[in-house]
Design a protein around this ligand. Sequence first.
Ligand code: FAD
Length: 315
Amino acid sequence: MSNILVVLETREGALRPASLEAVGAARTLADARGSSVIAFAPEQCEIDAALLGAAGADEVLVSDAAQHSADGAAAAAAKLATEKSCDVVLLSATVRGRDVTPRIAALLDTGFAADCVAMDASTMIFTRPVYAGKALLQVKVSGSTTVASLRPNFFSPAGREASAEVSSVSCEAGKGLVTAVSAATGGRPDVAEANRVVSGGRGLGSAENWTLLEALADALPGAALGASRAVVDSGWRPHSEQVGQTGKTVAPELYIAVGISGAIQHLAGMNSSKVIVAINKDANAPIFQHASYGIVGDLNEILPVLTEELRKIEQ
Ligand SMILES: Cc1cc2nc3c(=O)[nH]c(=O)nc-3n(C[C@H](O)[C@H](O)[C@H](O)COP(=O)(O)OP(=O)(O)OC[C@H]3O[C@@H](n4cnc5c(N)ncnc54)[C@H](O)[C@@H]3O)c2cc1C
């Protein structure tokens, strides 16, 4: 029986939440087929066997590689997929996952389905949004191995009571090594991983006005800051915070869009958020058509009041 390989992603030695979602998706497939889920960490890291077992992994292999390397991770994953008789390889569609996924497919001489938001375990058909989310494409890989990357926040860890068996595996070092990663988010969570996102647009008027958004984010524990492309292009915020078609895709519990008009390219990155709150002085701004709650007014007046009220609730 063919198994399923999940390539995990770690940051500073810790597993990223999206990897647990990929393991959960693999579990769904494995249960439908009666096979095993093998999780592979391509760099040295601390593994919580109970956490990965609960997410859906039967076995965890941890590489002895000291640093991340996209070509090294892909070569090791392709080798393991063959050795462990895996006909499905899953990754997260993160920035790093997008780098590694096509390399694995090329090494296995197969195709891949990128950035998937759903999959049918019985037909192995994956669904991925295209044209900024305006259409959904159904993809089936015809090669002997199916490689796919899964968009974060669209799949869930299995949540079962089981522990995974952990062992180490020796892997050849890659050619391109990542020697350092520096966080540019000022201690806040990554916008793609946070459960709450406070996002600002051109309506903020200047980089200095971001203090208003920061205060709002501070009043919401665990909140990340996001931005529209107009803001990033103006140099007010870093690209790492950009949400949308050419930025990051987010699907938090709460997305607060402040001074953002709601262009299709921005919506493509946040339209799957559970609750969307829009603050805009233009009652006809397109963002209101997608918002769960809308506040029409000047953000300079609304934000201080909203922040104060949220602080009271959190206290
Ligand atoms: C190929 C391509 C890719 C793109 N990718 C992305 C992407 O990834 N992400 C992205 O965001 N965009 C992207 N864009 C750009 C997108 O089309 C929009 O131009 C951009 O999203 C607009 O940003 P904005 O909403 O901040 O600005 P605007 O559209 O200028 O909207 C500003 C809003 O602020 C409101 N406002 C102004 N002052 C106040 C105030 N005092 N109080 C309250 N509200 C106020 C206005 O009413 C307005 O609705 C892309 C475009 C292209 C062509």
